[in-house]
Design a protein around this ligand. Structure first.
Ligand SMILES: Nc1nc2c(ncn2[C@@H]2O[C@H](COP(=O)(O)OP(=O)(O)O)[C@@H](O)[C@H]2O)c(=O)[nH]1
Ligand SMILES: [Mg+2]
Length: 341
């Protein structure tokens, strides 16, 4: 089953000041022509009413476009719904979209109310006063939802970048502590260009790469920054859901270890994450002992790692993702493991 990213078409809001600027410029710099019929006051009135309409139509259509461009969270596939919970605060997202909807409705209501009042007004000063008042009220409604628009503006780019997942495609999930070499390995194994901080907003997410494997066809490789690179016991309930969501993908886990500890984490810390992931994801794990190019400098820790992995009867392979050593063998192991379905 193909699961295209449901947020691909989500529209990124602009800031409140920018939106007001666009709406006011349209109304005042390039006003719609109004029929030059009737007395001076009615021409004046039509012009001012037309300005209110331009401002409110412009703002409302922008706000509605944002709301409509989001998929309904309730109807998302559970995989994306669970992922959303960790990538951003989905309650906050729901709240923000609700606030934007509220602003659109309120601006519609206020402008209608004032237009009716202006139609009844006979005195040009009164018409002008009403026009000023309604524009003030429209601005203040919009400013009230400024923080919500800002939240969405930050959230949307990360969501749009979520990969399309295919639940039927053979999948390899890459896990391991930060800086052990997961991204480097992903780009070695697939056509994926190495990505630097792909998610500036959340630092969490999924990075995908693909590769054809003989006998298996296209295989998807998923790097999981911020998801499978910290002790699971430090996760809250919602974060655990996302880890669980990854299990929907099934497949094989590559657990990357860095015995040199140049990643900044001790072997002990790496092993305890490995244990947790093994408990959650079962036995289909291949441990990738990375940075073998540093094995000469850190021989003891490489030996310690090997004897631990043998003792635990874990399937492992030694590589240097950076230099490309052992990658061909790793691909063979992956092919064999995935072929054992
Ligand atoms: N010496 C050495 N460094 C590596 C190797 N693989 C990755 N690195 C380095 O380790 C650091 C973290 O790598 P990265 O792929 O970003 O790790 P990630 O945080 O697990 O995705 C980078 O500076 C890489 O250049 C390797 O095989 N040998
Ligand atoms: Mg990385």
């Amino acid at each position: 089953m193909e699961l295209p990213n449901p947020f691909k078409r989500a529209s990124t809001p602009i800031g409140v000041d920018e939106l007001l600027d666009i709406a006011f410029r349209r109304a005042f710099k390039k006003p719609r022509p109004v029929p030059r019929r009737g007395d001076k006051t009615s021409i004046y009135r039509s012009r001012e009413i037309s300005r209110i309409q331009t401002v409110s139509d412009t703002i409302i259509s922008r706000l509605d476009k944002i709301v409509k461009s989001f998929p309904s969270i309730e109807r998302l596939d559970p995989f994306y719904r669970e992922l959303l919970e960790v990538l951003i605060d989905s309650d906050r997202m729901r709240h923000s979209l609700g606030a934007v909807k509220w602003a659109s409705r309120t601006i519609f209501r206020i402008s209608r109310l004032y237009i009716a009042r202006m139609r009844r007004a006979e005195d040009p000063n009164r018409i002008l006063a009403l026009r000023r008042e309604v524009l003030g009220r429209i601005s203040s409604v919009l400013k009230r939802v400024g923080p919500e628009l800002d939240f969405l503006r930050n959230a949307v780019p990360a969501l749009k970048e979520l990969p399309d997942i295919d639940l039927t495609m053979p999948t390899v999930i890459i896990a391991g502590m930060p800086n052990t070499g997961k991204s480097t390995l992903l780009s070695r194994l697939t056509t994926k260009e190495p990505e630097i901080a792909p998610y500036p907003f959340t630092t969490r997410g999924l990075v995908m790469g693909h590769r054809e494997l003989k006998g298996l066809g296209r295989v998807q490789f998923v790097d999981t920054p911020g998801l499978l690179d910290r002790p699971l016991s430090e996760r809250n309930r919602i974060e655990m859901q996302a880890v669980v969501a990854l299990r929907h993908l099934g497949g094989l886990i590559l657990f990357v270890m860095d015995p040199s500890e140049t990643c900044g984490y001790t072997l002990g810390e790496q092993i305890s994450l490995l244990r947790e992931i093994r408990e959650r994801f079962g036995e289909r794990i291949v441990v990738v002992v990375n940075k073998t190019d540093l094995a000469r400098d850190y021989g003891d820790r490489f030996s310690e790692t090997r004897s631990f992995l043998r003792k635990e009867k874990l399937n492992f392979i030694e590589v240097s993702a950076e230099r490309g050593y052992g990658i061909g063998d790793l691909i063979e192991v992956i092919r064999r493991e995935l072929g054992r379905e």
